[in-house]
Design a binder for this molecule. Structure first.
Ligand code: SF4
Length: 898
């Protein structure tokens, strides 16, 4: 076939980077990926995840045919079944007994049809989305402040700002290309002042002039303290407030009632008073201040209030809706914003229409030509699965999401699905923790196969375009939803032929009866008539379309009087519920090289090389007190849930607090999921779970034995206390461990069912040391080492998979004598060029390198996507500290801001 080259968009985070994808061979699905230099979000750059998308587009593990009751069936039969289940459940139990749970991974067109199916045809609002978990608090804060869910700033405010405040946002790992924009701006203008507000000293702190490691959950006191400081030091813009806002006095009074002197703030937030004072004064002195906030602020019992407390400070000081000054929410998923546009949340309607407004419901019913829209909101994500558990919801259709991993109290989600009479799952992956509960499986198109649009964090709509052939019987989500809609009597409501037609309708709805002074700012004028050819060619553009780039450039917001609202908020006292049984505070978040539940990034051996097992970060002093060493296994408990993770000693942590990544699944590990440990307490306004402050117990298991197994093919996870499996180099790697009283090593080895192969062994029973290698026709197919060898040794052993080994090589393998080339290389830091920690240290020492750029020139590390630059800088700092011994490495970031 001829080469197919398309401009598309990255499917991971909300930065929304443009990609040029080229399919060189559609049968082999051989693809190359490059950043799109024309795309305004990234101007050609991609982070490590985007750069390695080509490794994730194979057909391994794909769901390619409809399945009912575990058997392959036709689309006709599967769709008939879905329609019958929805109709009969509604007929028997009522409309609220069915629900859709969708995803920020969906394209806007898919999302639009899902929402129309539920709110326009089923006559309820039982649809919610996994975006509830990442930014619904920001949505509610925007609505309270501005009267509409409008992100009022743009990415190019970064280059215009004189101070950037990152709030609960580890952008270096979670929004890497934006982080690199900030970094580049700071390199050009070193006077650009960067503040990071985060309990952890994350990789983002690498560019921070000031890091405020506040007590988790104390943000509102910090912002209320700033408001009081602004008032006392001439920082309030009274003219701006008088013309453009409401609520200043009441909000100020609330703040004054809560916090007085800076010393109060410092005590409540557990911060250095001098640093707080310096931050506050810097805020006053810097009119062009841009604040970026993300999950660290949103995922909280007071996520909405935190958002408004921050916005209050910007409104009071007139630092909003100007180039370089304002508040920008960073969305997690590629189309979280698109979902908001089409009303993907249970308490929203499409096109920024409001469920609680009778006039809006009427407008929408008129536009859709459907029965009156229900005035009652549906269940928000956590409540939705609780309703499944209680039996109130009896049929659920999960689309493009893996809630058995990602939701709080995830074991209960799994148990709820196990009891639910009807579980329908649309996905492109066959085996996930969630598809294991499905009665009906519907194969969806994956990235690279589907066509549509997404909207990023700065309201920029970009096309995702197909560049791969459609595999098996997979279909677009909008097609599947439309087919069900037709079967349920939706007729012409779902008569869609392509994504362009749906987009046109979506754009037309945004302008339908939307004019005048109180018009909604979500407005796609100019796109409502877009024809198929123009849609195909559509270049990235921000909404409002055909309007100034800043939706509130005139400072008139969407409230009826055009004035923004300052919202009085107060710090709730009881966020931290640690007790004697659960004395640790567990924070959760993302890794640099993984995405969500690893169904896609877990296919890339390159991305897996950065972090190979689920882990938990613990402060070294806490670890020492408990006798925990780096890489020990520890168990975390909360109620009946537990996870077993590798300990990583990290000075990034505050004492008494832990951090664990969210990504590991039950498919990849027996006990690495962190979701079961996260409590299901939510913000009362947004319904967003508080995923940052769960209280857990920590135990040190009595490990009897541990082993690593590398194999050419994936093997089933054994029923041991600890077991994980990932891709590694040429094959797969299992990390295994059992506790005292569990299965003995001998029994497990005896039961290990590899095909009859030649086996060579080496044992030292006294030292409890064992090695096995299995060969077929002289070629290595599997290798076992107990106890765990080093990662470098395993890398080397896996590099031999498939190779014919002579006698000498077999001896070296059993002894794990890799030779000089691979011994003790340490962690892989730069995934793009495969550069390991010890190589970097050697280069730094030999060349007396003193900058990340110099390391890049010497080793190439960090010179491609740049995602590892903060880790390179950390390494450099450690080496420099060793050289001088005068600097405390853990404190180097806490510069005196004065
Ligand atoms: Fe994709 Fe990385 Fe860009 Fe996010 S920053 S959209 S993950 S390339």
């Amino acid at each position: 076939m001829s080469e197919v080259r398309r401009a598309t968009t990255c499917p991971y985070c909300g930065v929304g980077c443009g990609i040029i994808a080229t399919c060189h061979d559609d049968a082999a699905r051989r693809v190359s990926i490059a950043g799109d230099p024309q795309h305004p979000a990234n101007q050609g750059r991609l982070c490590i995840k985007g750069s390695h998308l080509a490794e994730t587009v194979g057909l391994e593990g794909r769901l390619l045919h409809p399945m009912v009751g575990g058997l392959r069936t036709s689309w006709e039969h599967a769709l008939d079944q879905v329609a019958t289940i929805l109709a009969s459940t509604i007929a028997t139990y009522g409309r609220d007994a069915v629900a859709l749970y969708v995803s920020g991974q969906l394209l806007t067109e898919d999302y639009y049809v899902a929402n129309k199916l539920v709110k326009g045809l089923l006559g309820c609002a039982q649809i919610d989305t996994n975006s509830r978990l990442c930014m619904s608090s920001a949505v509610a804060a925007h609505k309270r402040a501005f009267g509409e869910d409008v992100v009022p700033q743009n990415y190019d405010d970064i280059e215009a700002a004189d101070m950037i405040v990152l709030v609960g946002a580890n952008a270096a790992w979670c929004h890497p290309i934006l982080y690199q924009r900030i970094k580049a701006a700071k390199e050009r203008r070193p006077e650009l002042y960067v503040v990071v507000i985060d309990p952890r000293r994350t990789a983002t702190c690498e560019i921070a002039d000031l890091h405020l490691p506040l007590r988790p959950g104390s943000d509102i006191s910090l912002w209320n303290g700033l408001l009081v400081y602004l008032d006392e030091h001439g920082g309030i813009d009274h003219d701006y407030c008088a013309r453009h806002t409401q609520g200043l006095e009441a909000t100020l009074q609330q703040a004054r009632d809560e916090v007085g002197a800076i010393a109060d703030v410092a005590r409540i937030c557990d911060l250095d008073a001098g640093h707080v004072a310096a931050f506050y004064q810097r805020f006053i002195d810097t009119p062009l201040t841009l604040s970026l906030f993300s999950q660290g602020s949103n995922q909280s019992l007071q996520g909405v209030d935190k958002g408004n407390a921050l916005i209050n400070c910007h409104l009071a000081s007139g630092r909003l809706h100007r180039r370089g000054a304002g508040v920008l929410s960073l969305t997690g998923q590629p189309n979280a914003m698109g979902g908001r546009e089409v009303g993907g949340l249970a308490n929203q309607l499409a096109a920024h229409l409001e469920l609680e407004h009778a006039e809006h419901r009427q407008l929408l019913a008129e536009f859709w030509r459907c029965a009156p829209i229900s005035a009652y909101p549906g269940d928000k994500a956590v409540d939705l699965f609780a309703a499944i558990a209680s039996g109130r919801i009896r049929a659920v259709w999960i689309i493009g999401s893996n809630p058995v991993v990602s939701l709080p109290e995830a074991d209960r989600v799994g148990a709820a699905l196990a009891r639910c009479p009807h579980v329908i799952v649309s996905d492109c992956i066959a085996d996930t923790d969630t598809t294991r509960h499905a009665h009906i499986l519907l194969p969806a198109l994956a990235w690279g196969e589907k066509d549509g649009s997404v909207t990023n964090s700065e309201r920029r709509i970009s096309r995702q375009r197909r560049f791969l052939p459609v595999p098996g019987e997979a279909r677009a989500d909008w097609w599947i939803l439309s087919e069900v809609g037709r079967r349920l009597g939706g007729g012409s409501m779902f008569d869609y032929q392509n994504a362009a037609q749906i987009f046109r309708e979506h754009a037309a709805l945004s302008v339908y009866r939307n004019a005048g002074a109180t018009r909604r700012r979500f407005h796609l004028a100019g796109l409502a008539q877009i024809d198929d050819a123009a849609y195909e060619q559509m270049t990235p553009q921000q909404w409002p379309v055909d309007a100034p780039a800043h939706p509130y450039a005139d400072h008139h917001v969407s409230h009826a009087d055009g004035r923004a609202r300052l919202i009085p908020v107060r710090q709730a006292p009881d966020h931290d519920r640690r007790d004697a049984k659960h004395p640790w505070l567990l924070n959760t978040g993302r890794l640099r090289d993984q995405w969500h539940t690893m169904t896609r990034t877990g296919l890339s051996a390159t991305l897996l090389a950065h972090t190979q097992e689920p882990y938990v970060d613990i402060h070294p002093d806490d670890a020492q007190a408990l006798g925990i060493k780096d890489d020990d296994l520890v168990a975390l408990h909360r109620q009946e849930a537990h996870s077993v993770l590798r300990a990583r000693l990290s000075t990034q942590q505050r004492r008494g607090e832990l951090f664990a990544p969210i990504h590991w699944t039950g498919v990849l590990s027996r006990s690495g999921r962190i979701g079961p440990l996260v409590h299901a307490r939510c913000d009362p306004l947004s319904g967003q779970p508080d995923s940052k402050m769960s209280c857990v117990a920590l135990q040190i298991p009595d490990i009897a034995w541990q082993a690593s197994l590398v194999s050419a093919a994936a093997l089933p996870l054994p029923p041991l206390y600890y077991a994980t499996q990932i891709r590694l180099g040429q094959g797969f790697r299992q990390a295994l461990a059992e506790v005292a009283g569990g299965m003995s090593f001998a029994d497990w080895l005896h039961g290990l069912t590899l095909p009859t192969l030649e086996m060579i062994t080496a044992d030292d029973a006294a030292a409890n040391w064992h090695r096995r290698a299995w060969l077929e026709q002289g070629r290595l197919v599997a290798f076992l080492a107990a106890p765990w060898p080093s990662t470098a040794d395993l890398d080397w052993a896996s590099s031999l998979l498939g190779q014919r080994l002579d006698g000498q090589q077999r001896k070296r393998l059993l002894a794990l004598q890799a030779g000089t080339a691979s011994s003790a290389r340490g962690r892989r830091i730069c995934s793009c060029f495969g550069v390991h920690e010890q190589t970097l240290i050697a280069a730094i020492r030999a060349g007396r390198l003193d900058s990340v750029a110099a390391i890049g020139q010497a080793t190439r590390a960090g010179s491609n996507c740049g995602s590892c630059q903060s880790e390179l800088a950390e390494l450099l700092r450690r080496e420099q500290a060793l050289r001088t011994t005068a600097v405390q490495p853990g404190r180097a970031l806490h510069q005196d801001p004065s």
